[in-house]
Design a protein around this ligand. Structure first.
Ligand SMILES: *[C@@H]1O[C@H](CO)[C@@H](O)[C@H](O)[C@H]1NC(C)=O
Ligand SMILES: *[C@@H]1O[C@H](CO)[C@@H](O)[C@H](O)[C@H]1NC(C)=O
Length: 434
């Protein structure tokens, strides 16, 4: 636009001296305007990177006009869509068994066992029912404003080798779910949970139960980056994905130094460059870029920033499961949750946590969820209080078939342990009493 203005003056004025003066003054004007633009852009950038919130970057509201972040002061309050696109048999054994997968360790094992066609229809039935539109409305009605959706690389079906076995058809269900969530005004984090070759051994959450985490090599990184690039394009091109603001590169990688360093130095930079290049090609405005999320340093796989050149719109994920911290008393759970458990990377979201305590004693009378609702209420409040000192939290998980509200947000609301007015937990002043 500036360029065109300049040309117009240049053509119209005949006197060379006059032309020169006008050209110079135009030039100064252009520089001046450019500087102002630059300053505004800088201010905007700092505002964004220093304190990114869905509320300030982008106003999210539901189709019927509700802004779910205004009541949370911009903090993320969310639930994981656990067990939906990446099935973890321990969470829902009955469903797993009804699908014909009984005794199988992972999606890969089940599909190998029952065959592709039977698996496709069993999993489609699961995607139809595990998280429905009614769930999204229930989530919204509890004052939650975010969902985190675990997905596996097999959703991009041409990435799957003939020797690999996964259910097909998941992507349409992801798009549909994101459409419902966007209509409901929820913020969406898509979390890359199952990576090629498995990013952690012996864990169904990678989609395959394998003894060696074989993700940590170049050809697997390339496959994972291809998945992310594809997902980035899909997110920016479909209206149903309009509330997806964050894409997480890898859920819970190993802490082992060699593998973790290789991942941070090769996979992270490749993933960042690919996602940004695609966004640039699609002419996405920088302020509409996805946040790229990585596990924080406290996770133990090293400093996630070390090999990334451009940290614009980077976010961090902290997972806090105190059940494995060797804690023995209620006071110590509360005390620990009230202290800062996170590193200083910002913005950090606690993307997974629960109310589950140590397995050995978890069903004793001192810890039984039915007999100790007061403690679990206080512990919920303590965790929320601490995590909201950062960007917020996403509970693991929305629903489960465990008969144990400590792993199920929905059940905890029914049990009266989690209030539907989430701001009320601050009135308990749990962290001020210890
Ligand atoms: C285990 O996985 C790593 C990559 O993550 C690979 O380099 C290594 O060769 C694998 N080991 C075996 C025994 O397959
Ligand atoms: C609470 O935490 C503080 C500091 O982390 C520690 O000194 C204190 O012993 C803890 N109290 C309990 C009851 O665990």
């Amino acid at each position: 636009m500036m360029q065109r203005m300049y040309q117009v003056y240049h053509i119209r004025i005949a006197n060379p001296l006059q032309t020169c003066v006008i050209i110079i003054s135009q030039f100064l004007l252009i520089i001046g305007i450019k500087m102002v633009f630059k300053l505004i852009a800088l201010a905007f950038l700092f505002g964004l990177t220093a304190a990114w919130l869905p509320e300030t970057d982008k106003q999210l509201s539901s189709s019927d006009g509700k802004n779910l972040f205004s009541t949370s002061n911009g903090k993320i309050r969310g639930v994981n869509m656990g067990n939906h696109f990446v099935f973890e048999p321990w969470i829902a054994e009955d469903v797993w068994s009804d699908m014909g997968c009984k005794g199988q360790e992972s999606e890969f094992d089940c599909v190998s066992s029952i065959g592709q066609d039977a698996a496709n229809s069993a999993f489609q039935k699961h995607w139809e029912s595990w998280i429905s539109k009614a769930d999204i409305h229930e989530i919204q009605s509890y004052g939650l404003n975010t969902i985190r959706i675990p997905v596996g690389y097999w959703m991009k079906e041409d990435l799957v080798y003939a020797s690999e076995h996964f259910p097909q058809g998941g992507f349409d269900y992801l798009e549909r779910l994101c459409g419902w969530a966007s209509d409901a005004g929820l913020y969406i984090i898509i979390d890359f949970h199952g990576l090629p070759g498995a990013q952690t051994p012996e864990n169904a959450f990678t989609g395959q139960y394998v003894s060696n985490a074989s993700f940590y090599q170049d050809y697997q990184y390339d496959r994972a980056v291809e998945f992310l690039g594809w997902m980035t394009t899909k997110i920016h091109q479909s209206k149903k994905f309009r509330n997806v603001g964050m894409l997480e590169l890898v859920n819970e990688p190993v802490q082992e130094t060699g593998k973790a360093n290789s991942m941070r130095s090769k996979y992270y930079p490749d993933a960042f460059k690919t996602i940004r290049a695609i966004e640039k090609n699609l002419n996405i405005k920088k302020r509409d870029y996805l946040h790229i999320q990585v596990m924080n340093e406290a996770w133990g796989s090293g400093n996630p920033n070390e090999f990334i050149d451009d940290l614009y719109y980077t976010a961090y994920d902290g997972h806090i499961y105190l059940k494995w911290a060797g804690i023995e008393t209620k006071e110590a759970y509360l005390n620990t949750s009230c202290s800062n458990l996170l590193d200083n990377l910002s913005p950090t979201i606690v993307g997974e946590w629960s109310l589950s305590v140590a397995d050995e004693t978890g069903w004793n009378s001192d810890w039984d969820p039915a007999l100790n609702t007061d403690f679990y209420k206080r512990w919920f409040a303590a965790q929320v209080t601490t995590y909201e000192k950062r960007l917020g939290w996403v509970f693991w998980t929305w629903k489960a078939q465990l008969g144990d509200y400590r792993w199920s947000y929905k059940d905890a609301v029914f049990a009266g342990v989690i209030p539907t007015d989430l701001n009320s937990v601050f009135d308990m002043r749990v962290c001020e009493q210890i």
